[in-house]
Design a protein around this ligand. Structure first.
Ligand code: ADP
Ligand code: MG
Length: 576
C-alpha cells in the first residue's frame, strides 16, 4: 500500500516512491495477520478506516466505542491474537478504555489504537481539539502503553504492542497515535524495511521438571481430588491435552463459566451440578488457568468447608501463586506445556477412590434430576426455568453455536442450566461480572468464528449495548438475541414509596425490544411462552437472520443481584 507521489519537477529521476503513516500502520497490521478492526470513525482516524478497508482489512464500524472495545477483547480470547480496537481522541478513547481495562482484567489480548491530539499543544495544555494526555491515563489501566511519534517507528511500535498483548499473561495494550503521525511521509523502501513481523509472539513457557513432580506427588496422594478449569485453560487452546489429562486422572472437574464445554458439561466426570459439594469436601484442588478470586470465594471460608485443602495451581503468571491462599505445588508455564508435562509424568495412574467419585456423581445426578421438571414448564408469562429449558435444548441441538450471556438472574441461571459441549462457546461477563459486553461479543463472535450466535440477555444488561443491533443488522450477522424482559433490574416489581417517579430498578412496563430490531430490517418476535420462544429461536438459528426475541418474563421472577446478593449492601434502617 504505497503511493507513488509525483514531484512537481517532472524529470523521471526525481520520482520517489513514498509512503506515509496511514499506509505504514495498515501494512504493519497486515504483515502481522491483524486483519480485523473494531472501532468508531471520527477525527483523526476517519480516513484511516477507509484506507484500511480499501487495503483488505475488515473494518467493523460500531455505534459506541465501548462495544467495539468489548468486541476486540473477546476476539482476542477466541483467536489468541490481539483484538484491535480503533478510537478517536479523548472521549472516544475514554469510551474504549473501559474495554481495555476489561481485557487486562480478564487476561485477553487486545490493542486499543487511538488517535490523539498534538503533543506540543496537549503538553502545554493550550486547549487543543479533544485535548487529553491519553498515554498517561491509559497506563495504569492496561498491561503496557506506547506512543509513536515518527512514521519510521510504526513497525517497532506495533511489534511491541503485539508482544506485550499476547506473551506471558495476555492483556490489553494501548497504542497512542497523534494526528500528525498519520500524514507523515517517508521513503517507501525505508518504510518497508522499518516494519517488523513478530516472530513467536507468545513463546512457550516450559514448566520446571521439579514443579511437575511436586504437583503429581500431591495429586497422587489425594483422597478427594478436584480439577478446576478456568478461562485461561479455554484460552490456551490445548483442548485435547486437557481432555486427556482429566480423563486419564479420573478426577472430577469443575468448569468455571467460560471454561464450560472444554469437556462437555454432560461428561461423566463433570462436577458442575455438584459445585458446593466438591468445593467443600475436596482435599486437593488443581487449578488450571483459574484464579482464586471472588468467583471462587478466594479459596477459603464457608463455601470451601472445613476439610483441609491443598492447592496445585497451573498458571503462566508466577505472581498469581499464593495470591489468596498457600499454593503447595505451583506450576508456572503455559497451560499447553504444563498439561503435556503432567501427562508425560503420570505413568501408570490409579484413579481416585471410588467413594469420592461415586459421591460426586450421585450428588450431581440428584441435582440434575431435581431441576429437570422445572425446565419443562410452559408457563406464560415465562419464568427463568421455563425459558432457559428451551434454550438449553437449542444449544444441545446446535453445540457449535456461540452463547453470549449477561444479566443478573439471567446470567446465574443460564450458566447453571445451559450445558455446553465444545470449547470457547460460552462467553460472558467475565472477571468483573460487568454488564455491557453483550452486543460487542455477539458481533466479534460472529465475525471471528463464522458460527451462529445466541445471546441470552437480561433486559437491563441488553440496554448497555442495545444500539449495536443496528450494527448487527448492517453487517447481516447470524445473531439471535433473546431479551429476558421482566420489566426491570433484578425484578420489575419495585415501587417508589415517596413520589410519582418510577422506582430506580424498574423500566417501562411491557416494553417491546423486538421492535428495535425491526427498525433496522432485522426480525423481531414477541414470545410469551416457552413454546413460542422455541419456535422463534429455532427459526432464527436456521435462517441466520439478525433476530431479537422479546421474551416476556414474569416481573416477579428473579432475585435481588441474582446469586451475588451478599455483595450488595442493604440498609437495615430503611425498613423501620
Ligand atoms: P476464571 O475466571 O475462568 O477462573 P481467570 O480469568 O480467573 O479464569 O484465570 C485465568 C488464568 O489463566 C489467569 O491467571 C491467567 O494468568 C491464566 N492464563 C491465561 N492464559 C494462559 C496460558 N496460555 N497458560 C497458562 N495460564 C494462562
Ligand atoms: Mg430484568
Amino acid at each position: 500500500m504505497s503511493a507513488v507521489v509525483q514531484s512537481i519537477d517532472t524529470s523521471a529521476t526525481d520520482e520517489r516512491e513514498q509512503t506515509d503513516g496511514f499506509n505504514l500502520i495498515i501494512d504493519a497490521l497486515k504483515l502481522n495477520g491483524l486483519n480485523t478492526i473494531y472501532g468508531v470513525p471520527g477525527i483523526p482516524i476517519t480516513d484511516f478506516g477507509r484506507m484500511a478497508q480499501a487495503a483488505g482489512i475488515r473494518v467493523l464500524s460500531f455505534r459506541h466505542e465501548q462495544a467495539a472495545g468489548y468486541a476486540a477483547s473477546i476476539a482476542g480470547f477466541l483467536t489468541k491474537k490481539p483484538g484491535v480496537c480503533l478510537t478517536v481522541s479523548a472521549p472516544g478513547f475514554l469510551n474504549g478504555l473501559t474495554a481495555l481495562a476489561h481485557a487486562t482484567t480478564n487476561c485477553f489480548p487486545m490493542i486499543l489504537i487511538s488517535g490523539s491530539s498534538e503533543r506540543e499543544i496537549v503538553d502545554l495544555q493550550q486547549g487543543d481539539y479533544e485535548e487529553m494526555d491519553q498515554l498517561a491515563i491509559a497506563k495504569p489501566l492496561c498491561k503496557a502503553a506506547f506512543r509513536v511519534l515518527h512514521a519510521a517507528d510504526i513497525g517497532i511500535g506495533l511489534a511491541r504492542a503485539i508482544r506485550a498483548a499476547v506473551s506471558g499473561r495476555p492483556g490489553g495494550v494501548y497504542l497512542d497515535l497523534p494526528a500528525k503521525l498519520f500524514g507523515q511521509v517517508m521513503d517507501a523502501e525505508a518504510g518497508r524495511k522499518s516494519l517488523v513481523k513478530v516472530i513467536d509472539a507468545a513463546p512457550a513457557q516450559i514448566p520446571a521438571p521439579d514443579a511437575i513432580k511436586r504437583a503429581l506427588d500431591v495429586l497422587r496422594n489425594a483422597k478427594r481430588p478436584l480439577i478446576i478449569l478456568g478461562k485461561g485453560a479455554a484460552y490456551a487452546q490445548a483442548d485435547d491435552a486437557i481432555r486427556s489429562l482429566v480423563e486419564k486422572s479420573g478426577i472430577p472437574f469443575l468448569p468455571m463459566s467460560m471454561a464450560k464445554g472444554l469437556l462437555p458439561d454432560t461428561h461423566p466426570q463433570c462436577a458442575g451440578a455438584a459445585r458446593s459439594t466438591v468445593l467443600k469436601d475436596s482435599d486437593v484442588v488443581m487449578l488450571i488457568g483459574a484464579r482464586l478470586n471472588w468467583l471462587l470465594s478466594h479459596g477459603k471460608g464457608k463455601s470451601w468447608g472445613d476439610a483441609p485443602k491443598k492447592f496445585i495451581q497451573i498458571d503462566i503468571e508466577p505472581k498469581e501463586m499464593d495470591s489468596n491462599v498457600e499454593i503447595v505445588a505451583p506450576v508456572v508455564g503455559d497451560i499447553g506445556s504444563c498439561v503435556a508435562a503432567l501427562l508425560a509424568g503420570m505413568g501408570g495412574w490409579t484413579a481416585p477412590p471410588s467413594e469420592w467419585t461415586g459421591a460426586v456423581a450421585k450428588k450431581r445426578d440428584e441435582n440434575v434430576a431435581k431441576m429437570a421438571p422445572r425446565l419443562m414448564n410452559n408457563n406464560s408469562p415465562m419464568d427463568y426455568h421455563g425459558a432457559l429449558g428451551v434454550l438449553r435444548t437449542v444449544i444441545k441441538e446446535r453445540p457449535d453455536a456461540i452463547l453470549v450471556n449477561e444479566g443478573a438472574n439471567t446470567l446465574d441461571l443460564a450458566r447453571g442450566i445451559i450445558d455446553m459441549y465444545q470449547p470457547r462457546k460460552r462467553i460472558d461477563v467475565g472477571t468483573w461480572g460487568i454488564m455491557g459486553i453483550g452486543m460487542g461479543y455477539c458481533i466479534a463472535a460472529a465475525i471471528e468464528t463464522g458460527k451462529p450466535v445466541l445471546a441470552v440477555e437480561g433486559d437491563s444488561a441488553f440496554g448497555f449495548s442495545g444500539m449495536e443491533v443496528e450494527t448487527i443488522c448492517r453487517y447481516s450477522l447470524p445473531v439471535c438475541i433473546v431479551v429476558f424482559n421482566n420489566d426491570g433490574i433484578y425484578r420489575g416489581t419495585d415501587v417508589n414509596s415517596a413520589g410519582s417517579d418510577p422506582a430506580p430498578t424498574v423500566f417501562v412496563k411491557g416494553s417491546r425490544y423486538d421492535k428495535m430490531m425491526e427498525a433496522f430490517g432485522g426480525v423481531g418476535v414477541n414470545a410469551t411462552s416457552p413454546d413460542e420462544l422455541r419456535r422463534a429461536v429455532n427459526a432464527a438459528m436456521d435462517s441466520g437472520k439478525p433476530t431479537l426475541i422479546n421474551a416476556v418474563l414474569d416481573p416477579a421472577a428473579g432475585s435481588e443481584s441474582g446469586r451475588i446478593g451478599n455483595l450488595n449492601p442493604q440498609s437495615k434502617l430503611k425498613k423501620k
